[in-house]
Ligand binder design. Structure first.
Ligand SMILES: [Zn+2]
Length: 118
């Protein structure tokens, strides 16, 4: 996956997810965006250290969402869990999506870029 151009902090207090899970996956998600173009790499560099991932119990069946530079993830991935091999969500995929929002992209732009990755 390459290396992350930036360092991120995390204030996660996970139950299902561990700090190591979140930190590693966030680095992979950042590497994905950095590989999409220099504008994303530059934006990530500006955001270095200010992106925080919070893990908690989200209401409304949400798996995750981005609020400014804070990414909130549901502890249990809205009941599906975080094991993609067992019907759950892929943490890196979700963080790529939410980090796209942090970078100011909407769903159409994110989906288009993700579609290219396949
Ligand atoms: Zn979204």
């Amino acid at each position: 996956m390459g290396t992350s151009p930036t360092a991120f902090s995390t204030s996660a207090t996970p139950v299902t997810l561990t700090d190591d899970d979140v930190t590693g996956a966030l680095a992979e998600a950042a590497a994905f965006w950095a590989a999409q173009g220099p504008q994303y790499g530059a934006a990530l560099t500006r955001l270095a250290g200010s992106v925080v991932v919070d893990v908690g119990d989200l209401v409304g069946g949400l798996v995750g969402y981005a609020d400014g530079t804070v990414i909130r993830l549901d502890t249990a991935a809205a009941g599906r869990g975080w094991d993609p091999g067992n019907g759950g969500y892929d943490l890196v995929d979700v963080l790529v999506h939410e980090l796209g929002h942090v970078l100011g992209l909407d769903h159409r732009q994110i989906d288009r870029l993700l579609g290219r990755q396949v």
